[in-house]
Design a protein around this ligand. Structure first.
Ligand code: ZN
Length: 251
């Protein structure tokens, strides 16, 4: 049985409405997986940085330990030299040992200075770890919330999505293949996913270009399928009474 143009347009409009509902569901869900991935990337980056700081601290602590041992050795030598000084036979020997003691004292000063510098850098790294950890924890909290949101939206919308897809597929069978193909093609090219639109306030509901009054009258007549001359979308009907649009805000 051949459908009238009005029936065909009605079927197309129903299909469009179901497809738009699906688009909306996917849009709501859409941004979240990407946000979750971004957060996971951030977290991995922060963890790498913290690991690097910890490795640097370990190296610095080894340096501090080496300096501590060097200081102990120098102190032992000084004690030994001071003992030797008690038993010198002449001033020359005494002076020579004094020089050694002086050298070891300088060595102690040097290793203490190095240890202090290393200690200072350790504190800097610890500070960086603190800041990075705070940012890391913040991201982890965000991630937890986003994941929960995503799970909830996904499970909620999956049932709904299945139901709409079922209705959409049924609806599609009521439309002749040639018309359905045009519909799919127009929809594929439209950024907002609209292939079938109404004339609203004298303008195309898809691209907002003005539709002349005579054309609006033809669309209302539904003797044939009329598409927008600007964007190619199919006009289903005119909302309200056909009226001239004073301004078009179209492209
Ligand atoms: Zn248009």
């Amino acid at each position: 049985m051949e459908l009238t143009i009005a029936q065909k347009l009605d079927a197309l409009l129903k299909l469009q409405s179901l497809d738009s509902q699906l688009d909306e569901l996917i849009k709501i869900r859409g941004g979240l997986p990407e946000e979750v991935r971004d957060l996971e990337d951030d977290i991995a980056g922060f963890e790498t940085r913290i690991g690097k700081f910890q490795a640097e601290i370990k190296t610095l602590e080894e340096e501090i330990e080496r300096n501590r041992v060097a200081k102990k050795d120098a102190e032992k030598l000084i004690t030994k030299y001071k003992d030797q000084q008690m038993n010198v036979r002449n001033n020359r020997e005494f002076d020579a040992i004094s020089k050694e003691i002086e050298l070891q004292s300088l060595e102690i000063e040097l290793v203490e200075k190095r240890a202090n510098e290393a200690q200072f850098r350790v504190r800097g790294k610890e500070e960086e770890i603190k800041t990075t950890s705070a940012a890391l924890n913040e991201r982890k909290e965000d991630l937890k919330a986003k994941k929960q949101e995503l799970d909830q939206i996904t499970s909620e919308s999956q049932e709904e999505e299945k139901e709409i897809i079922k209705q959409r597929d049924e609806q599609a069978t009521t439309i002749e293949p040639r018309l359905l193909n045009s519909y799919k093609k127009i929809r594929g090219n439209a950024l907002n996913g609209l292939a079938v639109v109404m004339v609203k306030r004298g303008a195309c509901g898809g691209c907002f270009n003005v539709v002349p009054p005579q054309r609006q009258a033809d669309i209302k007549d539904k003797k044939k399928i009329i598409v927008c001359e600007h964007c190619g979308r199919i006009f289903a009907d005119v909302e309200g009474v056909p009226e001239p649009a004073p301004t078009g805000r179209g492209r």
